[in-house]
Design a protein around this ligand. Structure first.
Ligand SMILES: [Zn+2]
Length: 264
């Protein structure tokens, strides 16, 4: 059972954002901080956060990180974190993910950081830099559990369901509109869902293949809308005031960067 749960969004933007930071959340559970994803430009993001945000966050707080998928706006900061352990391994960050995703992460990082000045043979391994923790279908975090399932996104991407005993929190990750995923998320008391506002027929194709339009989300029942906060949105979602979006968002609310959202 959790006594207090809050969400602190360090970033809420999509992969093309110039106005926000890439989507990156801190879930605070009774003082324990779990980071969802680790996008690029962490030092710049935290410097701005620490000027304008509700909470002060330093890079050494990234000690427990859950990864959703391999796009750079979700994992680009892992290499930045790895350099903190470049010369010595001390209190490395834990990365939680299914085994296949941990393998993808090291495959991605390996070409940049495998060759190291520390090793006798000049070759470093993943666990020099991080403590990789393979997650089963339901992972026991000690005090709460987290279940995951696949979403409609490319490359392979996982959504998360946190179960705190007395409260459930669902995280869609990047995904196209998926009624079965919505049904799974609907067991949660609060849901964070990605959202694309505006046209989806851009870049010579249709973003709806792997991102979720507000039009599709507006077809869902009001009960789902009321408990769901939208994130991973584009720069034109609102001008200055997130309470005055440029689009009809029904009963949904926008997750606001650098503002604490207290759940419990
Ligand atoms: Zn993505």
């Amino acid at each position: 059972m959790a006594k207090s749960i809050s969400i602190y969004p360090l970033g809420v933007g999509d992969a093309f954002t110039e106005k926000f930071w890439y989507s990156n959340m801190v879930f605070n559970v009774d003082g324990r901080e779990i980071f969802i994803d680790c996008p690029a430009y962490i030092p710049k993001m935290l410097a701005e956060n620490n000027r304008v945000g509700d909470q002060q966050v330093t890079i050494d707080k990234y000690k427990e990180i859950m990864i959703t998928h391999m796009h750079a706006d979700h994992v680009g900061g892992l290499e930045e974190l790895a350099y903190m352990q470049y010369f010595k391994t001390e209190n490395p960050s834990r990365i939680y993910a299914p085994t296949w995703l941990l393998q993808d992460i090291w495959t991605h990082l390996r070409t940049a950081i495998e060759e190291s000045p520390r090793a006798g043979n000049g070759i470093a391994s993943f666990d020099w830099y991080f403590e990789p923790v393979p997650m089963g279908k339901v992972h026991d975090f000690g005090g709460f559990t987290v279940e995951h399932r696949m979403t409609n996104h490319l490359p392979r991407t996982i959504a998360y369901m946190f179960d705190f005993g007395n409260f459930k929190l669902g995280y869609s990750s990047d995904t196209g509109f998926d009624p079965s995923l919505i049904e799974w998320l609907d067991q949660a008391d609060v849901v964070l869902h990605e959202c694309r506002f505006g046209p989806t027929d851009v870049l010579g194709g249709d973003l709806k293949l792997f991102h979720c339009s507000i039009e599709d989300l507006l077809t869902l029942p009001e009960s789902f809308q009321r408990k769901t906060h939208l994130y991973h949105y584009a720069d034109d979602t609102f001008d200055d005031d997130p309470l005055k979006p440029n689009y009809d968002i029904g009963k949904y609310r926008l997750l606001v960067q650098n503002k604490t959202l207290k759940l419990l």
